[in-house]
Design a protein around this ligand. Structure first.
Ligand SMILES: *[C@@H]1O[C@H](CO)[C@@H](O)[C@H](O)[C@H]1NC(C)=O
Ligand SMILES: *[C@@H]1O[C@H](CO)[C@@H](O)[C@H](O)[C@H]1NC(C)=O
Ligand SMILES: *[C@@H]1O[C@H](CO)[C@@H](O)[C@H](O)[C@H]1NC(C)=O
Ligand SMILES: *[C@@H]1O[C@H](CO)[C@@H](O)[C@H](O)[C@H]1NC(C)=O
Ligand SMILES: *[C@@H]1O[C@H](CO)[C@@H](O)[C@H](O)[C@H]1NC(C)=O
Ligand SMILES: *[C@@H]1O[C@H](CO)[C@@H](O)[C@H](O)[C@H]1NC(C)=O
Length: 826
């Protein structure tokens, strides 16, 4: 379930296991619409081996793992051991096979090409020090890894989700009557070899290996040469398997070979847009040359393209840059599929492809390539030799595309990229270990961050309603929490921050302290009749303090919850210094014995969500909805810019917007919020080193894909909320037909089709000024741009929304309005 991926780290190329995948996977599995693996290809051989384990088990991603002992050669001296720090990821990481002398696994497989996947968890094991793991791995005649220093490779990885897991995928061809033997050889007398998991999966004969019967014209093109063949004597290492412009496809979503299709975001270096999904209206037609197991159907329905950049600058290139090891030949596979309804004939969209700045295609016309049919997937393979220059340790493969000057549509597009390293003439596939970098710029950055005011905080507190969504988030936070506890620290650059401190330093001058007796008195000993909200964190009560003169909301965290303490402290520390009409006020807290209680201003009208859908409350008028949106933007602007520190809320959604007795909206729930230093620049990156938190349906893709948390993540979530306010429905509705399931996608679709009124709440139909509607949707969609830098700031949003309100007013002044159910505010 891990993915191989390379990242640039200082001057090093390092391949890592991406810890976040567990999270994404979990999300995706939960959003069950996402990945139902079509069992298109059924592998003859499928071994999932948990090394050192004596039991069989399966993981969330449907992988099955069995004990390893029967595949281990009898003479081995390898021991089985559990890691000293448990792994934070699902997979074969709860045990390892370790030895200071060589050991071999032998698998009875059918002849043909196989995926061979290796899973490592770099940590200390009883009697095996983490830093002493250094070994070579051979499979048949191939050297897959050479003097592989596992801890060094794990540390060279600066991915925040990384938890010392390393993953490698290879392709090897097994001949008739052979067994697949995998040997682990310690590099020196004091070092040892280890392995946590091995997976072997058959693949179709000519999926990546070249069919000897194929016509020369269809052979992979050799950049700067003629053609190339990947023959059965070759072994391959998967360097990248990237889906362009959309979310990851996990192993369970593959065509039966358990491949993971990662996002390409990290490797795109030019501006580009992620195109809107072309949906599922058109059935794809796979062909003999591109059979249905080539890649998941889903992959061909979304793509990355150039968008408006192309028409602005004709020589603009859509560019990817992939770090690789020098001294090898690589096979690059590009996946295309034309589903664009605007492409109806040859020449409508033609573009050029450059690899390493060589023009390899001077006229890509996908439509012509596929016999003038839309929805026909097609792949093209290229080979490129990356020579080693001096003792240079890293190199890049660049891929560029740009429209042909005669193309009718000025665009270029790509669905997926696969890149494989091919063994050198000695049978070697191993690249050098990454440089050891004691203090890279990245280290300095994160050290600085550690010293800053950032807090590592997790929240299980949250919305007052929406219990279903809630328990779901809790589940994932709990999983993540287990991770936090177990994060193995081998290196200075890992995220340490103030997680350890447990004293409750609370600015008591700003925040009143209540005794438990006062709290009991306020709620008649927490009488159920005063419960106004229930969440995973506990109950919210309506209470009276100061002899009944003030009504307050009392949020009582589940007594004794040790986890709750961080969220509790975060909420108090973040919220108590804040004063703004559109931020809910924290009156005080109670922290006594097991009790953790927060006391807020009481909000008469509950949450915004309570007035949008699934409710008996009367519908809000459009103007009031707009006013609420403006309030929210103002409150968030204050968080982003007005307070001493930049505060990123991280959980903007309709259930966290509360309405007071005058219908003024206030942002609430700071359990997930984060504080960063103000930077004065347009975006403060508070942390790239954090776990993804927030609510499904509202999450900024830049945040969950790249761990880039900025104020613009709140802008994104607000964008989702704006659409929610307009349409009176939740962001994700599984009961809806596919196209409408995601509110964001549906809105984009309607906007492009000029059918905006479709998404307007039934209650509002006919009551919106068309200009106002258009403006509002444009504003919302601008918040939802993939690239955070292009989204408006919160301040811009306040103005834009006020302008939208103005547009509505202009019309109302010369027409009749309006379904008012309360008086105007502000
Ligand atoms: C995949 O293609 C093969 C051969 O064309 C066909 O027999 C099979 O039914 C297809 N599978 C699916 C799930 O479409
Ligand atoms: C685990 O699975 C293997 C292969 O399916 C089987 O042979 C073995 O008996 C199983 N072991 C246990 C402990 O269930
Ligand atoms: C794991 O085992 C279950 C039950 O035997 C099976 O349904 C599933 O397909 C297996 N998973 C894989 C990836 O083979
Ligand atoms: C692995 O690399 C680390 C960091 O450079 C080093 O401290 C350790 O000694 C190396 N291990 C071996 C066995 O060479
Ligand atoms: C797509 O395929 C499904 C099932 O094979 C079929 O019911 C449907 O009519 C097809 N749609 C189109 C547009 O061809
Ligand atoms: C696009 O790439 C080609 C090939 O490398 C190069 O000649 C051209 O200058 C690039 N265009 C821009 C605007 O960089």
């Amino acid at each position: 379930m891990l993915l191989q991926l390379q990242i640039i780290h200082g001057s090093t190329v390092s391949r890592i296991g991406l810890g976040t995948i567990l999270l994404l996977l979990f999300l995706l599995l939960c959003l069950s619409f996402y990945c139902i693996g079509d069992d298109i290809y059924r592998p003859n051989d499928l071994f999932g081996i948990s090394c050192g384990s004596s039991t069989n088990f399966s993981t969330l991603d449907t992988r099955n793992w069995t004990a390893d002992i029967k595949f281990l050669s009898p003479t081995h001296q390898a021991v089985a051991a559990p890691p000293l720090t448990p792994s934070t990821q699902q997979g074969p990481y709860n045990s390892a096979r370790l030895s200071q002398s060589q050991f071999t696994y032998s698998f009875p497989v059918t002849p043909g090409p196989k995926f061979l996947r290796l899973f490592f968890f770099s940590t200390s094991y009883p009697n095996f020090d983490r830093s002493k793991a250094c070994f070579t791995v051979q499979a048949g005649p191939y050297t897959l890894l050479q003097d592989f220093n596992a801890s060094l490779n794990a540390d060279a990885d600066d991915d925040p989700g990384n938890t010392n897991v390393l993953f490698r995928e290879f392709c090897v061809h097994v001949g008739d009557g052979e067994r697949l033997k995998i040997t682990f050889i310690p590099s020196a007398t004091d070092s040892y070899a280890f392995i946590n998991g091995i997976e072997i999966v058959s693949m179709p004969s000519y999926l990546y290996y070249t069919n000897p019967k194929v016509h020369t014209a269809e052979l992979p093109r050799f950049v700067g040469g003629e053609t190339y063949e990947v023959d059965n004597n070759s072994a391959l290492e998967t360097m990248y398997r990237l889906r362009c412009g959309d979310a990851i496809i996990p192993a369970s979503g593959d065509t039966g070979m358990l491949r993971i299709w990662d996002v390409d975001t990290k490797y795109v270096i030019s501006q580009s847009v992620e195109s809107i999904d072309f949906g599922h209206k058109t059935n794809l037609s796979f062909t003999e040359k591109t059979p249905n197991y080539t890649a998941p159907d889903l992959l061909y329905r979304s793509l990355r393209n150039m968008g408006p950049n192309a028409s602005i600058n004709i020589s603009f290139n859509l560019t990817w840059r992939l770090p690789v090891d020098p001294g090898f030949t690589y096979m690059l596979r590009l996946h295309f599929c034309q589903l664009n309804p605007l492409v109806n004939q040859s020449g409508d969209m033609i573009f050029l492809i450059f690899i390493q700045d060589h023009l390899v295609e001077n006229m890509v016309d996908i439509f012509s390539w596929t016999d003038k049919q839309r929805g026909v997937p097609v792949v093209r393979d290229y080979a490129v030799n990356i020579s080693a220059k001096g003792n240079q340790k890293k190199a890049y493969i660049s891929l560029k595309m740009r429209p042909h000057p005669q193309s009718k549509i000025m665009d270029a597009q790509l669905n997926a990229i696969e890149l494989f390293k091919i063994n050198d003439p000695t049978g070697n596939l191993a690249g050098p270990d990454p440089d050891h970098l004691p203090q890279t710029p990245n280290d300095q950055m994160s050290t600085k961050k550690n010293n800053s005011t950032m807090r590592t905080l997790v929240s299980v507190a949250g919305a007052v309603s929406s219990v279903v969504l809630f328990s779901f988030i809790i589940a994932f936070l709990l999983i993540k929490r287990r991770k936090n506890v177990a994060v193995n620290k081998g290196s200075s650059k890992k995220y340490r921050t103030s997680r350890g401190s447990s004293s409750l330093s609370i600015p008591t001058d700003l925040c009143r302290h209540f005794s438990i007796a006062e709290m009991r008195a306020a709620t008649n000993n927490f009488d159920e009749v005063f419960v106004v909200g229930v969440g995973g964190f506990g109950n919210v009560y309506k209470g009276q303090i100061d002899n009944g003169s003030t009504t307050v909301a009392i949020k009582r965290l589940k007594p004794g919850s040790r986890q709750g303490i961080r969220e509790f402290r975060n909420e108090i520390q973040t919220l108590s210094p804040l004063r703004h009409p559109n931020i809910v006020s924290l009156i005080g807290y109670c922290y006594e014995g097991n009790e953790m209680i927060l006391v807020y201003d009481f909000m008469d009208h509950g949450s915004l969500r309570d007035h949008l859908y699934d409710t008996d409350n009367p519908s809000l008028s459009w103007k009031h909805r707009l006013q609420i949106c403006i309030d929210v933007a103002r409150g968030l602007h204050y968080l982003h810019r007005g307070a001493k520190q930049v505060i990123i809320h991280r959980d903007v959604k309709s259930t966290n917007i509360l309405l007071d007795e005058k219908w003024v909206a206030k942002v609430s729930d700071f359990g997930l919020s984060r504080i960063g230093e103000p930077t004065g620049i347009s975006m403060s990156i508070v942390s790239v080193n954090t776990e993804v938190k927030g609510s499904i349906g509202y999450l900024d893709p830049e945040y969950y894909k790249r761990f880039l948390l900025t104020e613009k993540s709140d802008v994104y979530s607000l964008g989702v909320m704006l659409l929610e306010v307009l349409s009176g429905r939740q962001p994700l509705l599984h009961s809806e037909e596919k196209q409408r399931m995601s509110l964001v996608k549906w809105a984009k679709h309607c906007y492009e089709n000029g059918s905006l009124t479709e998404i307007v709440d039934e209650e509002l139909k006919g009551k919106l000024a068309p200009q106002c509607l258009r403006k509002f949707v444009e504003v919302a969609l601008s918040c939802l741009l993939e690239d955070g830098t292009q989204r408006p700031s919160m301040n811009d949003l306040v103005e834009l929304l006020e302008f939208a309100l103005q547009l509505q007013d202009d019309v109302v002044n010369c027409a009749v309005e309006s379904p008012v159910n309360f008086e105007d505010v502000q």
